[in-house]
Ligand binder design. Sequence first.
Ligand code: AMP
Length: 978
Amino acid sequence: MDCFGTKHCLFLFVLINNVLLTLQTKEEVLLDMKSAGGELGWLQWPSEQGWEVLQTVVNGSMFYTYSVCNVVEGEQDNWLRTTFVQRRPAATRVFVELRFVVRDCNSFDGASLTCKETFNMYAAEADADVGTSFRKGQFRKVATVAPDEISVRGELKVNTETKVVESLSRKGFYLAFQDLGSCVALLSVRIYYKICPATVLGLASFPDTVAGAEGGALREVTGTCVANAISQEPPRIYCTLNGEWVVQVGQCRCKPGYEAANGSCQACQAGYFRASLTMEKCDLCPENTQRSPAGSQTCPCREGFYRAPEDPTSDGCSGLPSGPRKLLATVRAGKLRLSWLAPADTGGRDDVEYSVTCQQCEAAVCQPCGEELRFEPRPAPLREPHVTVSGLEAQLNYTFTVEARTGVSRYSSQRATSSITTALHLTETPAVTLIRLEKRSSSSLSLSWALSQRSGRAPRYELMYRKKDDGTASDITTYTVLVLEKNLVQISDLVPGTVYVFRVTVLNPDGTPSGNSVEHEFETTSLAEPQVSSNTPVVLGAILGGGAMLLVVGGILLLHKRRRGTHSRDGAEDAYFSGSADQMKPLKTYVDPHTYEDPNMAVQKFATEIHPSHVSKQKVIGAGEFGEVYRGMLKMPGRKETAVAIKTLKPGYTEKQRRDFLSEASIMGQFSHQNIIRLEGVVTKFKHAMIVTEYMENGALDKYLRDRDGELTSYQLVDMLRGIAAGMKYLSNMNYVHRDLAARNILVNSSLVCKVSDFGLSRILEDDAEGTYTTSGGKIPIRWTAPEAIAYRKFTSASDVWSFGIVMWEVMAYGERPYWDMSNHEVMKAINEAFRLPAPMDCPSAVYQLMLQCWLQERARRPRFADIVSLLEKLLKSPESLKTIADFDPRVSIRLPSTSGSDGSPFRSVVEWLESIKMSQYTENFTRAGVTTMEQVLQMKIEDIRNIGVRLPGHLKRIAYSILGLKDQTSTLSVFAV
Ligand code: AMP
């Protein structure tokens, strides 16, 4: 045999040593021929021929290699078997690295027939070492080992091959190398498996793991978070066949109070904090906090500084705000506007809110202002630094206190306030004293008039005129109405030689006629007569002079000859009740207290007398016509104490006032129905007369709904209407005509039951702010009242039904003002021209149809309250019927408060427009959103309006309506013709 030279063996050893070094970190070696150091003890079979062991000394150490080279002896079958190799249970797959040299067969003379250039590798598993027992049949072939390079004489080529032995399952195994007649030197055999070494990755530690799973799959390994770290799901990672960690899942993070450093979680240093689970560093304690101890999750606030519950604990702390600045009260159009500047110091917060409270103080005794004050928007919480207050009584002093609060105000009893005391000084509206003819012709008359006193503001006038003989021909008079800004006018297009009646009234600041009017007749010249002129040159207003005329209503008013009705309720005589016998004969009929000679008798007959010691007043809840209304308690002997409302009669009353005051009790005492406010009794025998009624926790319906805009279901709203209708059915059956049915006169209790109230006889004339003097003399809440009641005071249950229709609209529109800001004249004109209120947003179709029925011009065709109750009950029994919603088209709205500037020109600025629709509180929202021109406003859609922060449905509607109105200046009235 041809031996491998010692030099070559030495060279091979150095090479092998290098490889060993690089593998150390990732491989676990089960057997290494080279590092065995001594006799290997491998079994050679047959023992005398075949594989031979060679010894080589390198640096004084002995190394062994095996070789075989029987290339010319004919057929060979020589085996070399390793010692028993113990396996680690996880190592089912091992690598065998062979380093060997194969000689070229051609380099042996005459050996070409039998000489081979490959050898085979086999493996056999066993649970124990079988010693020298060797049976070929137990081995399975793993691979044929072929050299990449064959060695020729004088030039040795070392080959390295790595073979894999898979699916090992028993405790150990042997490898065997079979030679079939080649010239091979086996320099090194190294058996190893790979491992992913134990590591800490992403604050999770993973153990040593044998690489690869069955079938070559990745091995999934679960780790554990390092100390003071946690993870939501267990951290996992995969170990590849090559012993590499890949794809980590489930991140560990340091607990609050710790930070990640060098693969571990370390407590935050003193003065630092960390509030959340994190991979990040601790933060320095923020503003206005104390230095925290080591390991802190948050830094405590310094004294006098706080965190609101909604503030993140990682934020700094804030101080209390200072008070609002420069509180200012201005009066405009009978309303008071309070405005102020934000606190100089907000404590570093941007959640400043304000609340406004009102007190009335007299002789150092203060009490909260009554509920009749209306705040727009609500007085608390306010985001904007202004609020408008209406319902103030002229000449009374009110003290308003504005408090600034932020999220941390609750932690201190200290209040940041600013107060102002103010009164609403209403200047008396002057009256017209005389009308003068300045100039006349056959077709025109120029008039001027004088005032009783100078007025601070420029007054506006209402001029009505008609041909004189129109008033005599029929019941109905047609007037032409002009609204003027100056006290002179020229009327053109008149008929020659005709007498005209002119009536001039000064308008109150709110646009209602003041009631003091002067009437005069003037005649146009006949065609033959020359033009007559007075001495004074006339500065012509209206038609000639530019800009003097504010608005020409050109309306037609139905007026009836004065028929000043008494206060008796005249429902029974009305043809309206000529329907069924049931309705004609109520079980009980209401008795007008005025039919009693002594009205005190009426009170005694219909009301229970209460001793004042049984009544205790607690708090003012409203202001009635005759005095304050209190919430209080009633404790009658032998009865449970109950909450009551107590109406009082203010001192200094006249006997007539006392009678009128108590007449309400005389009326109320005759009724007993769950939807009519219940009279508990009266105090009449003592100096301070009182009327005691059941207490209605939720107060007046209009305010209640306005405060809950959009918050109730259609079912709840319709159920409220059913209650009101039931109360009205009861009243109409008793032949009682209410005359002032409106949401403000309905009270709501804690179970949302609605009850009809306000039964005073003189109330409509005196008490109701909505009452407006009509040209026929009486004072009437125009927008709630049926046309026949306005025109000729025909108050009947059918006119109550009309009012009920308006209440239905108010309820479905969450307390919206009927006909919005149209003037009373515009309302009457519209109704007369058969226009009706459009359906409120989201109003069930059936409910709107019922409203339209209530508003039929011909009163006999309107439904009766009995019909209304049964229809509403039917709707409530099948709530599905409420799902069909009436068409709501804001473009078909009744004319909006303003579709253009006061002079009819388009609005010049967003501010001016918002002011005109009383939505100034959103000015900043528009500015912030960059909407600064009217062109931009016209592009806005309802979502845009909502997005800039207008959230209240009522306000959204108002702004959207106005934009639609601006787009379509020509459509001024709805087309809901009946
Ligand atoms: P009145 O003079 O009846 O219009 O009452 C004036 C105000 O007092 C009403 O608008 C209510 O806010 C309140 N009020 C009157 N009666 C009651 C009552 N029975 N329960 C609760 N509040 C009432």
